[in-house]
Write a new protein. Structure first.
Length: 256
């Protein structure tokens, strides 16, 4: 019994991994319902809520700056959870992915991202990407008609609304499996893009050799093996005008 009538302490489940024997027979609509149920429950776990608070505090996000909050959640997952394939269909609880495994496939990373958004009351949706029977690329966003059963769905990620109480607030895609992909970047590119496991181009994890840099104010800054396109996008996403001003001050200080 808690300190007030009708109040009880929360019982926390241990970090778990779910094996789903009927996964192949559930159909895509059933799988999405299961994933939403898991993420919604996990988003109400005090450990996930505390993690969300810590992520925002470490990122220095302002109150009610929902784009910055969503971007901070995305960056934390990209930097702290390693994308790996799995031998069979199993689903990791968000607590397990965040605190124990620190790795997972696209299902696991989407569940974690959804749970963190749920903890902050940011509306979210699952997004599927795959190929149709004719080889055409197909995207499905939760909330519309059920996903097509004739599509070979290959990837799952998220969309988040940048405002909990404003139905007119924009929705942005969230791709946690691609290191440094900014908020709003979409792995699904109907004409020129790629989908896992063939991720390539400027948002691949590394360029494969040498150091990349970006040029600001006539100076080249080197950041290792990420592509310049990634670095430019990251700089814009993370800091915007504040980063530009900081770099200006740093440059002035070196000249003194």
């Amino acid at each position: 019994m808690g300190p007030f009538p009708g109040m009880f302490p929360v019982t926390l489940d241990p970090p778990r991994v779910f094996h789903i024997p009927d996964w192949g027979r559930m159909g895509e609509a059933g799988r999405i319902r299961l994933l939403r149920d898991i993420a919604t429950r996990e988003g109400r776990d005090p450990r996930i809520r505390e993690l969300a608070f810590r992520i925002l505090a470490e990122a220095g996000t302002a109150q009610r700056d929902y784009p910055a909050q969503a971007a901070a959640i995305l960056r934390w997952i990209q930097r702290n959870v390693k994308y790996v394939n799995e031998p069979g269909e199993q689903l990791q609880a968000a607590v397990y992915t965040a605190f124990r495994a620190k790795a997972g496939d696209c299902d696991d990373m989407a569940i974690l991202g959804a749970a963190l958004f749920e903890a902050l009351r940011l509306p979210w949706r699952y997004v599927l990407a795959g190929k149709g029977p004719g080889g055409e690329k197909v995207r499905w966003v939760e909330g519309g008609p059920p996903p097509r059963e004739d599509v070979q769905w290959a990837h799952i990620y998220l969309s988040v609304r940048l405002g909990p109480y404003n139905p007119a607030a924009p929705w942005c895609f969230v791709e946690p499996t691609v290191l440094a992909a900014p908020l709003g970047w979409d792995v699904f590119q109907p004409k020129t893009g790629s989908m896992p496991p063939e991720l390539s181009g400027p948002f691949a994890l590394a360029t494969g050799g040498g150091a990349a840099g970006i040029t600001l104010f006539g100076e080249t800054l080197t950041f290792g093996r990420l592509s310049a396109a990634v670095l430019t996008g990251v700089l814009t996403m993370i800091a915007g005008a504040a980063a530009v001003e900081t770099l200006r001050k740093m440059r002035k200080g070196r000249r003194k």
